[in-house]
Design a protein around this ligand. Structure first.
Ligand code: NAD
Ligand code: ZN
Length: 364
């Protein structure tokens, strides 16, 4: 097991990465489960795959699982489920000192984290991330949110979990497409600041994604450590350090918006395409060799991921894609910062990018 400390001022916590952590759940949560009944929020897919494991683990440790099982999918992360979940937590008489468990991907983690943030002005919660994306990204760093009709993640709070248990065994039941989408956020850490890690990914990602336990642990722990470092430096996205985590996300957001935030294009798939676009755009500006950008594309393709937007049938021009970017919440005071690359592992925040240049680049 790897243990990664997240050094947030006032509320440091650990991310533990290993195989079999859910079986040992009560041991892992020692000192945190004060009551016999333990509230757990999850979705129906995750409950079907892992509910019994959790149920047994809690039972053997002298606890009882009290489930709230939500429908799978992004639509769960909205006002209706937030309100119903808060009412449920109140009916369960959850108190401020209690811990709520979030068992699932980013949808469940974001919703539960936000509910925990506002329930009685702040309860504890524990992240049990079950997607690769949630393990390496959304469960760490304390961003919680729901979607509204105005857009994604526009209502939320910074609220750190008190513990994250990333059990690698859960990845065995994750659909391959979701696994690959989550991998985009893994390789992102290499591209944004760690050329050695990108080289490691180049050599090991195929075996890691096929399920090799030691490689999985290395990939997840290394990614979490990268995120933890950035988050500790910039907990509330004020200094700019955290902005680098948006590599591929501004381009990716435009693709997600154009495809209607649908199953047609998963977030991680959009990020993978977005990172290739950011790299190629950087190359056209003379910031890095085009060969490096194509190396990134080839790496993704070799794993079975899409690396070219030509396959998406977007039916729109560059200007419409840029219009989607302007609706992204990351826009600050009328300027649109882009995370660009000076090379693999050398991301930086460019604030001087002319949107006409971006539109022209996307038209090609
Ligand atoms: P998700 O939670 O929708 O999970 C993807 C699918 O996989 C769902 O159908 C789910 O039921 C299923 N699933 C999950 N774990 C499984 C398992 N072990 N076995 C079988 N099926 C399983 O999607 P996601 O990609 O994990 O998260 C996306 C969400 O995360 C978005 O809402 C995004 O905004 C959010 N996010 C938040 C942050 C953050 O910092 N808070 C960062 C990135 C993304
Ligand atoms: Zn992302």
């Amino acid at each position: 097991m790897a243990v990664i400390p997240v050094a947030i001022a006032g509320a440091p916590y650990e991310v533990r990465v290993g195989t079999g952590l859910l079986v040992g759940l009560v041991d892992q949560c020692r000192g945190k489960l004060r009551k016999r009944r333990v509230p757990i929020i999850t979705d129906a897919n995750v409950h079907a795959a892992w509910g019994a494991v959790i149920e047994n683990a809690l039972h053997e440790g002298g606890h009882e699982a009290v489930w709230r099982i939500l429908p799978p999918g992004e639509a769960t992360k909205g006002w209706d489920q937030l309100a119903a979940t808060l009412d449920w937590l109140l009916a369960e008489e959850v108190e401020r000192g209690d811990h709520i468990l979030a068992l699932g991907g980013g949808v469940i983690g974001d919703l539960t984290g936000f509910a925990a943030a506002v329930l009685k002005r702040g309860c504890h919660f524990i992240q049990l991330p079950t997607t690769l994306l949630a393990q390496v990204d959304s469960s760490v760093g304390g961003k919680t949110a729901i979607n509204t009709s105005a857009g994604k993640n526009l209502v939320g709070a910074f609220h750190q979990p008190s513990l994250v248990l990333a059990d690698l065994a859960v990845l065995d039941t994750l659909p391959r497409r979701e696994l690959l989408a989550g991998y985009a956020e893994v390789v992102k850490y290499g591209l944004l600041g760690d050329a050695d890690f990108f080289a490691w990914c180049d050599a090991n990602a195929a075996a890691m994604l096929a399920g090799d336990p030691a490689l999985r642990e290395y990939a997840v722990a290394h990614s979490v450590a990268a995120k933890a470092r950035i988050v500790a430096e910039d907990e509330r996205e004020t200094t700019g350090a955290r902005a680098l985590l948006n590599l591929g996300h501004t381009f990716g957001h435009a693709l997600e918006a154009q495809t209607g935030f649908s199953d047609h294009l998963l977030h991680g798939e959009a990020v993978a395409l977005g990172m290739v676009l950011a790299a190629r755009f950087s190359a056209t500006r003379g910031l890095m060799p085009m060969a490096s950008a194509e190396h990134i594309a080839a790496h993704l393709r070799a794993l079975g991921m899409a690396a070219d937007i030509s396959g998406l049938s977007l039916n729109c021009d560059g200007r419409s894609l840029v219009a989607h970017m302007l609706h992204d919440k990351k826009m600050d005071a009328g300027t649109l910062p882009f995370v660009l690359l000076r090379g693999i592992g050398e991301a930086f925040l460019a604030r001087d990018v002319a949107l006409d240049d971006v539109a022209a680049f996307l038209d090609k």
